[in-house]
Design a protein around this ligand. Structure first.
Ligand code: MG
Length: 443
């Protein structure tokens, strides 16, 4: 059936053109041409969460359906460690809360949904809110006929500069991976000696001998990690050259003075940034760190609440804000964080690991394109199955990330195909770390 005819009964004014969301050329930017009395009437019909794992990582996607046939939006609500809990927050509460609301008023919906639970700023509810928020931005772009970055102010750069991850069990193996990525066009490379904390360098810990903890717990030996990381930086900087930007993530695995000591000793290798030197529980140590070193610092992957970033950003305690956008509630709050950072010269470096869905990576990239104080973006890595489930996902070429020019976030979601990839049983092992005597280490 001609979609133009199917929409006739839904609007007060005659349509002058096919609505942009109904067109079939997603790669071309469309001009806004939906009559004003039309878009003002669009209401939310349903909000639904889906869990899928095409890349063996739990992803949570929220779909917001409207009362206009074919007009919907999708957003990322991925908190893999509590996937079904986020889905329940969406399906059992946000759906009911949003039905019948005006799809146009994103700020109003965000503010009212934010306080709808009274208690707020936690990871579960923020992710549910992010799925809703990103889907509403997607819908607004589709109504306007514009990619979301245009709604945020337009491009400040032609594409999004990214960094990729090179790791290996030895400095030589890391160097080999760095050179491989340099050949692929990456100019910015995060280097890690094995997994976070270089757990492979730890000796058999005493707690295992005494059967403390669980059999597959990981062990962190701070001094082995520190000396291994210094050797890795020396090797890579010497052989890969002065031009390549090197990044590193401490991932909170050290005591504060150990982290400060490591960062001071890394200064000679000119890191682009060192990430998460302290856990969020140790924020007060930043003041001391800043007085000791000129190494740029990235922080904020674990932040959920504005109470965690407002004060440190205004004190310029770090150079890059690493927030995981769905963990703070979506594009709407992330734009406010970016604007806050502009005035304190804190640049954005949104968290972009495998547990962000392609639509979440697109949300990162649309903001990256539009905000002046963009710093760098962690590059996505998608397997073929993921790209099939999320057609239109951003692409990476020459170390830059590109979004397509389709209205909205530019990414779709194949619900039927997504069902083929159920979530695996969650593995707690990644977060379970101990010192030699068995003391738990915060990941
Ligand atoms: Mg990190």
């Amino acid at each position: 059936m001609d979609r133009r005819n199917s929409l006739k009964g839904l609007v007060m004014m005659p349509l002058v053109a096919v609505p942009t969301w109904a067109r079939s050329a997603p790669q071309e930017a469309q001009s806004a041409n939906v009559p004003i009395d039309d878009y003002r009437k669009v209401k939310i019909r349903k909000v639904k969460a889906f869990i899928t794992a095409p890349q063996h990582i739990e992803l949570i996607v929220v779909k917001v359906e409207t009362d206009q046939p074919g007009l919907y939006g999708i957003g990322c609500a991925t908190f893999r460690q509590r996937a079904t809990t986020v889905a329940s927050a969406v399906n059992d509460y946000l759906d009911d809360f949003c039905r019948g609301k005006d799809v146009n008023n994103i700020e109003d919906i965000w503010q009212t949904a934010y306080v709808s639970s009274y208690w707020r700023n936690g990871p579960v509810l923020n992710n549910a809110l992010s799925g809703l928020d990103q889907a509403l931005w997607d819908i607004k772009g589709k109504i306007a006929g514009l990619p979301v970055y245009q709604l945020l102010g337009g491009k400040c750069r032609f594409a999004v500069d990214t960094y990729t991850h090179a790791s290996g069990q030895s400095p030589e193996a890391v160097l080999e991976n760095v050179q491989k990525y340099q050949e692929q066009g990456f100019r910015n490379i995060r280097i890690q000696l094995g997994g976070y904390g270089s757990t492979h360098l730890s000796q058999e810990p005493a707690y295992k001998k005494y059967q403390f903890g669980q059999g597959d717990d990981n062990t962190v030996d701070a001094q082995a990690y520190i000396s291994g990381t210094l050797k890795m930086f020396a090797k890579v900087r010497e052989k890969a050259g002065a031009q390549v930007e090197l990044l590193h993530d401490i991932h909170e695995r050290l005591q504060p003075m150990e982290a400060i000591d490591l960062i001071k000793r890394l200064e000679q290798y000119r890191p682009f940034f060192v990430e998460d030197p302290f856990s969020p529980e140790n924020m007060g140590w930043f003041e001391l760190l800043r007085k000791q070193t000129s190494v740029p610092i990235a922080m904020g992957e674990l932040f959920n609440s504005p109470h965690e970033w407002l004060d440190p950003m205004s004190k310029r305690w770090f150079d890059f804000i690493r927030i995981h956008i769905s963990q703070i509630g979506g594009i709407t709050p992330a734009m406010k964080v970016a604007r806050l950072g502009e005035w304190y010269n804190v640049r954005t470096a949104w968290h972009g690991p495998g547990d962000v869905s392609p639509v979440g990576h697109a949300a990162n990239a649309h903001i990256d394109l539009a905000v002046w104080n963009f710093g760098i973006q962690e590059a996505p890595r998608f397997n073929d199955a993921l790209i099939e489930v999320f057609p239109g996902a951003p692409t990476v070429k020459d170390g830059f990330m590109f979004v397509n020019e389709a209205p909205g976030l530019g990414v779709d979601f194949n619900e039927a195909l997504a069902k083929k990839y159920p979530a695996p049983k969650y593995n707690y092992n990644w977060t379970q770390l101990r010192k030699n005597d068995g003391t738990p280490v915060r990941p």
